[in-house]
Design a protein around this ligand. Structure first.
Ligand code: ADP
Ligand code: MG
Length: 397
C-alpha cells in the first residue's frame, strides 16, 4: 500500500485502527506523516485518536455496520487495544489486510493461552514463564487449595481483560486464595507464583508479512501499583547478557506466532542466585506499548512508524537509537492537587529543562491512574538524562 497513493476511483491510501486511545493517536500521527489517510473506529466522540484522524467511525468495536465502513475506507487495518474482540479482526480480515491477525490477538487476550504459547516455544525462546496453574472451575480451585501450596504466595490474575494491574489479587494463604477467586467472580484465572523481581524489562519486535524482523534493545521498566511509571532506555540499562537474551527471546516468540506488526514482550528479571539473575517471560501485547513511547524521540524510527510499515507492507528499517532516554508516564494525579482539585502542571518549568519532549493525549478529564500523557527526556549521555528526569519528576510532584 503505497503512501500517498490514490486509486482509480479517487480513493486515498488509508490505514485503519480499531480503538481510539493514545496508542491509536500516535499510530495515526505516524501514518499521516507518510501521507496516508487514517480511519479510527471507537465509540467515544472524544477519543484521543478519533480527534486527530481523517475519519472517525463512532460505533462499538463489534458493530457490523461500523466494521463494514472501516473495511470500505481502508486498505489495511490494525488494532491499538488488545481487548478489541478478536472476532472483529476476523471479520475485517475476510476482505482487508489485518495485522496483527485475530488468532494471535486472541492468544494475547487470554493469559491461559498466552502462557501455553510461551511454554510451547520455551525451547526456541530459551525462557519460561513463572510457575502457574489454571483455575477455571470450583473443582480446580479445590485441587489447587489442597495440592499447590508451592504457588503461594502468589498472584491470582483473571485470564481475560486485565491491564495496568487490574483483575489481580495477591494471595498469601489458601484461605486468601479461595476468597480472592470468589472476589474475582469465579471467572477463569491463572494463579502465578510471586517471584522476587530485581527488575522488569520489555522488548519491541516488528515483523513484516514476508517474515522480516527488526527489534529494539530492551527497555527497563519501573511499575508503581501495577502501572508503568518510568522507562529507562539507554546503554547499560540492564546487564548485557540479559539484554541479549531477552531480545532474542522476544524475536523467537514473534516468529513462532507468525506475527505481523509490532509486538511487545514483557519480562521479569528474578534473583535466582546467578550473576545476572534469571529471565522469565511475563506477558505480551499485540501492539505498540507504553514502554516503547521513548522511541518517538530517541530513535530514528519509532514503534508507531514500524507498525505503519509492517501493516502496509513497506520495508522495515532496523531502528537506531540516537539518544539516551527516560520516559515518565503522566497519570491523572499530576493534574490533581492534594484535595483532588484540578490544577495545570507547571509546563513552563518542565519544558525549560533541556531534552524534554511532552506528549499529551488530548484527554479532558484527569483521574487517578489515568494515562494522560508522557514526558520523554533525551540527551547525549545517561547522566545528563537522569539529572533532567529527576528535576522534571520534582516539578511534576
Ligand atoms: P498487567 O496486564 O496488568 O500489566 P502483569 O501480569 O504484567 O499485568 O502484572 C502487573 C505487574 O505486577 C507486573 O509488571 C509486576 O510488577 C507485578 N507482577 C505480576 N506478576 C508477578 C509475579 N508473578 N511476581 C512478582 N510480581 C508480579
Ligand atoms: Mg504487564
Amino acid at each position: 500500500i503505497f503512501p500517498g497513493s490514490v486509486d482509480t476511483a479517487g480513493q486515498r491510501a488509508t490505514l485503519g485502527v480499531l480503538g481510539g486511545g493514545q496508542l491509536g493517536r500516535m499510530f495515526v500521527h505516524a501514518a499521516q506523516r507518510l501521507g496516508y489517510f487514517t480511519a479510527v473506529l471507537d465509540p467515544d466522540a472524544q477519543s484521543p485518536a478519533g480527534l486527530v484522524s481523517h475519519h472517525h467511525i463512532q460505533t462499538a468495536y463489534d458493530d457490523p455496520a461500523g466494521l463494514a465502513q472501516l473495511a470500505q475506507l481502508c486498505q489495511a487495518i490494525t488494532t491499538e487495544f488488545e481487548n478489541v474482540p478478536a472476532q472483529a479482526l476476523q471479520t475485517l480480515a475476510q476482505t482487508r489486510a489485518v495485522a496483527p491477525g485475530a488468532a494471535v490477538v486472541g492468544i494475547a487476550q487470554n493469559r491461559i493461552e498466552e502462557k501455553a504459547h510461551f511454554t510451547a516455544c520455551a525451547d526456541i525462546s530459551g525462557v519460561t514463564c513463572a510457575p502457574y496453574t489454571v483455575i477455571e472451575t470450583p473443582a480446580q480451585l479445590q485441587d489447587v487449595l489442597a495440592n499447590r501450596a508451592d504457588l503461594l504466595p502468589g498472584i491470582l490474575k483473571t485470564a481475560r481483560m486485565g491491564y495496568d494491574g487490574k483483575g489481580q489479587v495477591r494471595v498469601k494463604t489458601v484461605e486468601e486464595l479461595g476468597a480472592a477467586w470468589a472476589e474475582l467472580g469465579g471467572v477463569a484465572c491463572v494463579l502465578e507464583k510471586m517471584l522476587p523481581l530485581t527488575a522488569e524489562c520489555s522488548v519491541l519486535v516488528a515483523r513484516g508479512w514476508d517474515g522480516q524482523v527488526v527489534s529494539f534493545a530492551p527497555q527497563r521498566n519501573v511499575h508503581v501499583d501495577g502501572i508503568l511509571a518510568v522507562t529507562h532506555a539507554y546503554e547499560g540499562n540492564m546487564p548485557p547478557a540479559l539484554a541479549t537474551r531477552s531480545r532474542e527471546a522476544a524475536v523467537a516468540i514473534a516468529q513462532h506466532l507468525g506475527y505481523v506488526g509490532v509486538l511487545c514482550v514483557e519480562f521479569f528479571v528474578v534473583d535466582d542466585g546467578s550473576a545476572h539473575g534469571g529471565l522469565v517471560v511475563n506477558e505480551m501485547a499485540p501492539r505498540p506499548h507504553n514502554s516503547g513511547h521513548y522511541t518517538l524521540d530517541a530513535c530514528d524510527a519509532s514503534q508507531f512508524d514500524l507498525q505503519v510499515h509492517a501493516m502496509a507492507g513497506l520495508p522495515l528499517p532496523q531502528p537506531r537509537q540516537h539518544s539516551a532516554a527516560i520516559m515518565l508516564n503522566l497519570l491523572g494525579e499530576v493534574w490533581l492537587d492534594a484535595s483532588g482539585q484540578r490544577r495545570e502542571p507547571d509546563w513552563q518549568a518542565v519544558l525549560s529543562l533541556p531534552g524534554t519532549h511532552l506528549h499529551l493525549y488530548g484527554k479532558e478529564h484527569a483521574r487517578i491512574g489515568r494515562k494522560m500523557g508522557h514526558l520523554t527526556i533525551t540527551g547525549p549521555d545517561v547522566d545528563s538524562v537522569k539529572t533532567v528526569a529527576r528535576r522534571a519528576a520534582g516539578w511534576l510532584g
